[in-house]
Ligand binder design. Structure first.
Ligand code: ADP
Length: 658
């Protein structure tokens, strides 16, 4: 039964200037069960013929008929599947993968075939070539003859129809040569078709048919006299039609496992190199994680502060505070009076208004003293600024009218002056004036460097006339009844103040007073955090980019180093997508590892800042997931090109790569 028919095959190589006609019209018919040796001097086209027969290369013209079916124009992927299912290859240089065991090497074609029970099938074949005791050894622990026997086991593992052997004993001593030829003869006896290239007569003697080549042509074709015993033809284990009509595109678990194992080996065997290539990703991811942790912490503390202030407040201050503290001409500053406060309180949309004065001064209790902020406020302050005391009481309208010497203290002041003592109803001296402590203010926490609890609150009148010597009010807090009318109220306050203080122009009014609302402040704070986040974000992006390029570089090196491995994998049936996925996985494993280290490193930095500088931080699951997916995506993006380079390699050229 005919298994292969070649009709007028031509192949010309155009290397350099001169074109080399390697095959010049070769026609050949091969029967199933034959043992064919191809002989001829070097350069006569033997290997080229073998590669074309084995679909490792394509002819320029001519027809290839396999099992009665013309399959001349197969795609690369179709030929890969064909090689995988119908053909086994044995090479002069064995081409075993160095980092895995004999058994794992033997399993490879099964992996690409998507078969199951790899171990058992591979082990059976290793037994068949008589090397069971060496199954768990790596190739470099085996002799040349043993390596070639493992290569034969690998060629057999998918139960192929045809075995191609390219100078199978070329690298072996005579004893090993005889052993290997015995194995091959045995295979032929069991019904395998064998096609072997050799230039040694004694090796060719094992074959039943010898064709001789010269200058790209067959010049002799001799069959041994011994009658071909009729053997039952081995059934094809896959129909050629199936292969031609469509090839498998799924990737099985065993293949993925193999890819991950290879990626792991590849990284572990070049630890330092891998670590250095990961560095960029590591730094980038660490920056992302630390940035998000600090950003989230900052957001949190801003929110807390704003909540303690109340969001429908407007603050009217005399003098512009936007001029970087440069003193203004006296005439330009609006001097607020209680009348202003009353008028503002009567404006539509205003719920209440409260005047403030502030200053600094020394506060003394017994032998302790501290310098603190002194706030003179009205009764409304308690509700407007969420300052209803937790212990004791706020002062009354009556006490404001009487300029009473009563004070509420913040928790920081309590700690500094009283320690464990109860401050209620004791007397303290503020700027040498005696005050009675009537309450403790609720704790508000720090607003950045400013401690909001380091404060003493007294009635505004006491503050102005008895303590700070002020004739005018520093600022007025205004609470609007409806958040939506904030802008309108702000506008009417402005108009009122311009009229009352006889400010001629809008520019005058800008210098004379300033109205800020909490929404503005909130927006300003948020935009600051956003700017910082963008800044850190771009640092992260740049280092991730650089890291990605580092990964791409190392992947290109890896592809070059493993060109022969890629050739071998393709020869035994890996399709382009298989090679592609293999190298993408390697890139992703590397960036993922870099990302994981980066997450640890970034959280470490954030924690360190939290402990050393006292910043609020928050490492969220979100940031960890974000960083992880970032590093995976980078692996895919920057691994893509090297993986493509690997996938596109021509199997024969790759196998010959030095
Ligand atoms: P053999 O195996 O009989 O030594 P080959 O089939 O390897 O011969 O080569 C046949 C001819 O084709 C030789 O002249 C060789 O130089 C040429 N040849 C083989 N492969 C290539 C190639 N990839 N590029 C250019 N020329 C090639």
């Amino acid at each position: 039964m005919k298994i292969i028919e070649l009709k007028n095959i031509r192949k010309t190589y155009s290397a350099g200037k001169a074109a080399v006609a390697a095959l010049q019209g070769v026609s050949l018919t091969i029967e199933q069960g034959e043992f064919l040796a191809i002989m001829g001097p070097s350069g006569s086209g033997k290997s080229t013929l073998l590669h074309l027969l084995g679909f490792l290369d394509r002819p320029d013209s001519g027809e290839y008929i396999l099992g009665g079916k013309n399959i001349t124009g197969l795609t690369d992927n179709q030929s890969a599947v064909l090689r995988n299912h119908l053909m086994g290859f044995v090479f002069q240089q064995f081409h075993l993968l160095p980092r895995i065991t004999s058994l794992e090497n033997t399993e490879l074609p099964l992996i690409y075939a998507g078969k199951r029970h790899l171990r058992e099938k591979a082990m059976d074949r290793i037994k068949e070539v008589g090397l069971s005791s060496r199954a768990s050894h790596r190739p470099n622990e085996l002799s040349g003859g043993e390596q070639q026997r493992i290569a034969i086991a690998r060629a057999l593992v998918n139960d192929p129809l045809i075995i191609f052997a390219d100078e199978p004993t070329g690298n072996l001593d005579t004893k090993s040569q005889n052993e290997i030829m015995a194995v091959i003869v045995e295979l032929n006896k069991k019904g395998k078709t064998i096609i072997m290239v050799t230039h040694e007569e004694e090796v060719a003697e094992y074959a039943k048919r010898i064709i001789r080549m010269r200058d790209g042509k067959i010049i002799a074709d001799e069959r041994k006299k011994i009658a071909l015993e009729e053997k039952p033809a081995q059934p094809m284990n896959i129909s050629v039609d199936n292969i031609v009509s469509g090839s498998r595109i799924d990737i099985k678990r065993a293949e993925l496992a193999d890819h991950f194992r290879q990626a792991f080996f590849s990284i572990v065997s070049h630890k330092m190199r891998a670590l250095l290539s990961m560095l960029g990703i590591l730094i980038g991811v660490a920056a992302v994680v630390a940035m998000l942790a600090l950003g989230a912490g900052a957001q949190e503390s801003i929110k807390k502060q704003l909540a303690s202030l109340g969001s429908n407040l407007l603050m009217v201050r005399s003098g512009s505070h936007q001029l970087h503290g440069v003193a203004l001409e006296a005439g330009a500053i609006a001097r607020f009076t209680f009348q202003d406060v009353d008028m503002i309180a009567k404006l539509p949309g205003v719920r209440c208004a409260s005047p403030n004065v502030s200053g600094n001064g020394q506060v003394v209790y017994a032998n302790n003293n501290c310098n603190t902020q002194i706030q003179g406020v009205s009764v409304n302050y308690a509700t407007m600024r969420a300052a209803i005391p937790t212990i004791g009481r706020f002062f009354t309208e009556e006490e404001v009218r009487m300029r009473a010497r009563v004070a509420l203290v913040g928790t920081t002041v309590v700690k500094q002056l009283f320690g464990e003592e109860n401050p209620l109803d004791t007397y303290i001296k503020i700027k040498r004036v005696n005050f009675k402590v009537i309450g403790i203010l609720p704790e508000k926490g720090a607003a950045g460097p400013h401690d909001q609890d380091d404060v003493v609150v007294i009635p505004i009148t006491t503050g102005m006339y008895r303590l700070l010597g002020k004739q005018y009010i520093d600022s007025i807090d205004v609470e609007v009844s409806d958040l939506a009318s904030m802008d309108d109220v702000q506008e009417s306050i402005k108009e009122l103040l311009i009229k009352r203080h006889h400010l001629a122009t809008a520019k005058d009014s800008q210098e004379a007073f300033e109205i800020r609302n909490m929404a503005d402040i909130k927006r300003a704070l948020e935009s600051t955090t956003k700017t910082v986040a963008w800044l850190l974000g771009s640092i992260a992006a740049i280092s991730l980019l650089v890291g990605g390029i580092g990964i791409m570089n190392i992947m290109l090196v890896s592809v070059t180093e493993r060109t022969r491995e890629i050739g071998l994998r393709k020869a035994i049936g890996a399709r382009e997508s298989d090679i592609m996925v293999q190298f993408l996985i390697e890139a992703v494993v590397m960036t993922f590892a870099g990302g994981a280290l980066g997450i640890l490193f970034g959280s470490g930095i954030a924690l360190l800042l939290a402990v050393l500088v006292g910043w609020t931080i928050k490492v969220s699951l979100f940031s960890v997931l974000l960083a992880t997916s970032f590093s995976i995506i980078i692996g895919i993006i920057f691994g893509l090109w090297p993986a493509q380079q690997a996938a596109k390699l021509n199997p024969i050229e790759a196998l010959r790569y030095e």
